[in-house]
Design a protein around this ligand. Structure first.
Ligand SMILES: Cc1cc2nc3c(=O)[nH]c(=O)nc-3n(C[C@H](O)[C@H](O)[C@H](O)COP(=O)(O)OP(=O)(O)OC[C@H]3O[C@@H](n4cnc5c(N)ncnc54)[C@H](O)[C@@H]3O)c2cc1C
Length: 568
């Protein structure tokens, strides 16, 4: 009888075991898992810390006993694999209860060991008991216990990625003060800064003390009486007192046990696998946070430390081991991710503009961008949320390189549809052609993604130009500093005067759209006219009027609605 050993029993490992059993009733399958559970939901950990998920049990998708009953798998929890020999086809296992060591043999091996939190050695004091990480249920229990039963008043989170942001929201809900420290200029550094800024502002609005552009130098004990026993030194010399700190600075793969076995790793220690997740050693497979996979946009190998690719990789491994004929290979990942904190959702698929320009691509030569401000469903129906969406497209063939969205609802729909198009090498023309479902509660006859496609097409055809809010703020700052200098722009706001009174964008001159044709004489023809309105629609109409009268124009992306969330 063939025998499969799976190292690691959470997302990828448990999924391989379950499908493999469904495909092969008689194979011997053993999971070695160093923790006490298999099949648990890491993604729920921040919500357990914050009390949204009430108990440890709510994080365990299938308890060990039920897993064994359902799948007839040998589940060995609290068993750590300490070595692998691909030559002898053996694993060395330490039983953590009594440290006894056994050796087990396999015909096929699955390395589903995941990743561990990355804790830089350059940061002093990370071994202090008050400095935590969040990867396992036990980690979450410690943090939750400290904030609910200890006398901790505040927590410092290092890192403003998805986990740091989710944790900030949950700790704030748990009633402790939260300081979030992020090295990049805004949180959610995977997204472009204008979107990260909206999340930074949302956290700040909800009481999180966000310190961006700063790193953590070190931790030391503070000997305070009031529970704030940790002193956190930031890179600018500032000192923060806290009861606890959580490191959320990314992950490193758990692959030490396979080194020196002929299993090829990349320079960062991730396992290289082929399209069926087989490593460079035959019959040895790996999936999840410890591997690199093909990126659908660039064709490069990337680590994809997200649950979706882990689950799909597991299915393909089971198909391959069981010898299922004709099953699909793994095409790659689009790196789709989404996060919500307080009243804001943010998501990305493919790459943001800043990432792409960092790889040497040049705007308007290699790629172009389009930005739309939309509602989650038709504005006239109650409950419509706001949505800002940006697409990045190949300048030559219009292919979608990335889509980012931030809003109060429906961000998942935007990201998921865009991700499906990326999978099929879709273009902005495909966005214009999308035939999506519509009823007033759900969408609009011209859906937000149609609108992104229409705008991209206008830009591609040279009918429209856009300027981002950050660029406008630089123009405004230049005028504040040097009012006499000619920056080459005429700033035109085509909203109604009452809207301008409610929210004035510095340096814009107000000529409402309805009176624009009568006031063309006010606008100098030698300037580039930067036009704004509330979201961009009236500005686009104004741009066409002006273009028809010989003006050069550009539109402020997202108008005053984006500006208002960006500057506050
Ligand atoms: C707080 C948090 C929130 C997240 N939120 C999201 C989200 O919202 N969306 C999303 O897509 N992804 C999210 N993720 C990422 C997602 O959880 C991972 O991508 C996914 O769990 C990867 O699965 P895996 O099987 O590779 O690793 P894991 O789920 O980490 O499983 C690896 C298992 O291997 C075990 N193991 C390791 N080494 C050994 C050994 N030597 N011997 C025996 N056992 C071993 C570990 O104990 C662990 O149980 C989140 C992760 C965290 C930590």
């Amino acid at each position: 009888m063939s025998k499969t050993i799976i190292i690691g029993g959470s997302a990828a490992g448990a999924a391989v075991a379950a499908r493999l059993r469904r495909l092969d009733e008689h194979r011997e399958i053993t999971i070695y898992e160093k923790g006490p559970d298999v099949s648990y939901a890491s993604c729920g950990l921040p919500y357990f810390v914050g009390g949204v998920l009430p108990s440890r049990q709510s994080l365990v998708v299938t308890p060990v006993k039920a897993f064994v009953g359902k799948y007839n798998v040998n589940v060995k929890t609290l068993h750590e694999v300490t070595a692998v020999s691909t030559e002898n086809k053996t694993v060395t296992v330490k039983r953590l209860a009594d440290n006894t060591v056994i050796t087990d043999t396999y015909d096929s091996l699955v390395i589903a060991t995941g990743a561990s939190p990355f804790v830089p050695e350059s940061i002093q004091g990370t071994s202090l008991p008050q400095v935590k990480t969040l990867r396992t249920i036990e980690d979450a229990e410690k943090i939750r216990q400290a904030v609910t039963t200890g006398n901790i008043k505040s927590v410092v989170i290092a890192g403003g990625g998805f986990i740091g942001v989710e944790l900030a929201e949950n700790l704030a809900h748990a009633g402790v003060g939260v300081t979030l420290v992020e090295l990049k200029p805004e949180v959610l550094g995977i997204m472009d800064q204008e979107f990260g800024r909206l999340m930074t502002n949302e956290l700040t609005r909800n009481g999180v003390d966000v310190r961006t552009g700063l790193g953590i130098k070190g931790f030391s004990t503070a000997n305070e009486e009031d529970g704030e026993v940790l002193s956190v030194e930031l890179s600018d010399g500032t000192e923060i007192k806290a009861g606890l700190a959580v490191m959320a600075l990314g992950v490193k793969p758990n692959t030490a046990i396979v080194r020196g076995n002929g299993i090829e790793l990349d320079s960062r220690g991730f396992i290289k696998v082929n399209q069926v997740f087989e490593t460079s050693v035959r019959n040895v497979y790996a999936a999840g946070d410890n591997v690199t996979v093909n990126h659908l946009v660039t064709g490069n190998s990337v680590s994809s430390t997200l649950a979706g690719p882990a689950a799909r990789g597991a299915r393909i491994i089971a198909n391959t081991i069981a010898g299922v004929d004709g099953a699909s290979d793994f095409p790659g990942t689009s790196g789709s991710g989404i996060v919500k904190a307080f009243n804001l959702q943010a998501g990305i698929t493919g790459f943001g503009e800043e990432y792409l320009s960092g790889t040497g691509l040049v705007k308007d030569r290699d790629y172009f961008t389009a930005f739309v401000s939309q509602k989650s469903h038709v504005a006239w129906f109650p409950g419509a949320g706001f949505l800002f969406i940006k697409g990045i497209f190949d300048k030559q063939n219009g292919r979608i390189l990335g889509v980012e969205a931030v809003g109060s609802s429906s961000v998942d729909k935007i990201i998921d549809v865009a991700s499906a198009l990326i999978l099929k090498k879709g273009t902005f023309q495909d966005l214009t052609d999308l035939d999506l479902s519509y009823a007033p509660q759900f969408n609009a006859p011209k859906s937000p993604l149609n609108m992104l496609g229409f705008t991209a097409e206008n830009i591609f055809l040279g009918l429209e130009n856009q300027v981002g809010v950050a660029e406008y703020l630089k123009i405004a700052e230049g005028r504040d500093k040097n009012p006499e200098a000619d920056d080459g722009y005429y700033l035109l706001d085509v909203r109604e005067p009452s809207e301008v009174t409610a929210l004035r964008l510095p340096h814009f001159i107000n000529i409402p759209l309805g009176t624009l044709r009568d006031n063309l004489g006010e606008i100098p023809k030698d300037k580039l006219v930067l036009i704004t309105c509330a979201v961009g629609v009236r500005a686009w109409n104004a741009a066409r009027i002006l273009a028809g009268n010989g003006y050069r124009t550009t539109v402020l992306s997202g108008g005053s609605s984006m500006y208002s969330l960006y500057v506050k």
